[in-house]
Design a protein around this ligand. Structure first.
Ligand SMILES: Nc1ncnc2c1ncn2[C@@H]1O[C@H](COP(=O)(O)OP(=O)(O)O)[C@@H](O)[C@H]1O
Ligand SMILES: [Mg+2]
Length: 364
């Protein structure tokens, strides 16, 4: 795929390189990623990535966040005398006009960053050991950013994990009842509403500053970590959703999927079981880094954050269902309702395991 368009895009970035070939790369399903192979062989390769500006409506703001974040981490790594800094933090290249992206004729946003060679991506966590390593890597990422205030960054997706505004959206979908699905789901609706005071405490804590506003990754999946050949985490990637938020979001969201033995749209509620082994390994890995900077209030609320993220996600699926399935892609009629029920069941499972989860945090 030596399309002259790609070559022209790359030529608009402020870097001297000789392109050997450009080819589609990887498994990401948000952005389109291409590997730009260069000559000579030993020169670094690059990745050309089209940012999905349907999801990320403010690409310039997103790139500002990424530059502030990666510059901060890079300065730290250099000061600490860490070897091979370019393998431990992403290096984005500026365009010749000084912006961090290049627009094509169709208004798409393209970015260029250094390819980190000889590394592996893990798609799914199978073993507790992997959960430990992944959590330690995300904890380390947060630790590197802990002395940078969240106020420095832009909320590229406004109110992304704001429980108060998500709840307002949910209530609006109930009062509008566009798809006429409210009546038959009243009991389920109450399960969300009954927990609203407990759950909105996270946002109230951020508002009254009893919880610090930090910088969070917001996509803490294991395939957003590059590992070296010995399974040591090298670098956190996919920084598009880096923005101000609570450290609790990243922990809770990871456990929202990792702590559940069933997929998030499991129709058989009996199969929704807490994965204590993985939760324990993840908590230990995360706290091995994060205990150095988290406040007591944050540590105490780690188990709560898992319930919060499950509640928020249940509410988002439910809102979409009540609105007539306009946001999430669905595979069958009622898919969003199945997701909602599975997420609420998982929330109940987490509630049943509350003491166990708190015990694990305390001992970690
Ligand atoms: N700096 C990098 N070095 C090497 N591989 C990378 C780098 N950044 C991304 N990748 C690879 O490209 C894939 C997609 O990139 P990512 O930014 O995660 O896009 P998406 O948002 O679509 O998930 C990753 O899963 C990884 O395999
Ligand atoms: Mg990714």
């Amino acid at each position: 795929m030596n399309n002259p368009l790609f070559r022209e895009l790359v030529s608009n970035f402020d870097i001297n390189l000789t392109i050997k070939e450009i080819a589609a790369y990887g498994t990401g399903h948000i952005n389109d990623t291409y590997l730009v192979k260069t000559i000579p062989e030993e020169a670094p390769d690059y990745m050309l990535q089209r940012k999905n500006h349907k999801i990320f409506k403010n690409v310039p703001g997103m790139m500002k966040n990424i530059v502030i974040t990666t510059d901060h981490i890079r300065r730290k790594l250099i000061a600490e005398g860490v070897a091979e800094v370019d393998r431990k933090v992403m290096t984005y290249i500026a365009a010749k006009d000084g912006q961090m992206f290049v627009n094509d004729a169709e208004g798409n946003y393209w970015t260029l960053f250094q390819f980190i060679a000889d590394c592996r991506v893990v798609e799914n966590i199978q073993r507790p050991e992997q959960a430990f390593r992944a959590a330690r890597a995300f904890g380390h990422f947060q630790q590197q950013l802990a002395d940078l205030s969240g106020e420095m960054l832009i909320e590229t997706i406004p109110n992304f994990h704001n429980g108060i505004s998500r709840l307002n959206d949910f209530k609006l979908s109930i009062s509008q009842d566009i798809a006429e699905r409210v009546n038959e789901n009243q009991l389920l609706i109450n399960k969300i509403l009954d927990r609203s005071t407990e759950m909105t405490a996270l946002q109230r804590g951020l508002n009254d500053k009893t919880l610090p506003l930090r910088i969070t990754h917001n996509d803490t999946k294991i395939n957003n970590i590059l590992f070296d050949q010995d399974n040591n985490a090298l670098c956190i990637i996919d920084l598009d959703t880096v923005m101000p938020g609570s450290a609790l979001y990243d922990f809770g969201d990871a456990i929202r999927t990792l702590g559940n033995k069933a997929p998030e749209d499991e129709p058989d509620l009996e199969k929704i079981v807490f994965n204590q082994e993985i939760y324990e390994a993840f908590t230990q890995g995360y706290l091995s880094e994060a205990k150095t900077f988290l406040t007591k209030a944050e540590i105490d609320q780690l188990p709560f954050s898992c319930r919060y993220m499950a509640w928020e996600q249940a509410m988002r699926f439910f809102t979409d269902y009540l609105n007539g399935d306009t946001y999430y892609k669905t595979d069958y009629e009622g898919h969003n309702l199945v997701r909602t029920k599975a997420q609420i069941r998982y929330l109940e499972v987490l509630e049943e395991n509350r003491a166990v989860m708190e015990g694990i945090v305390n001992k970690s």
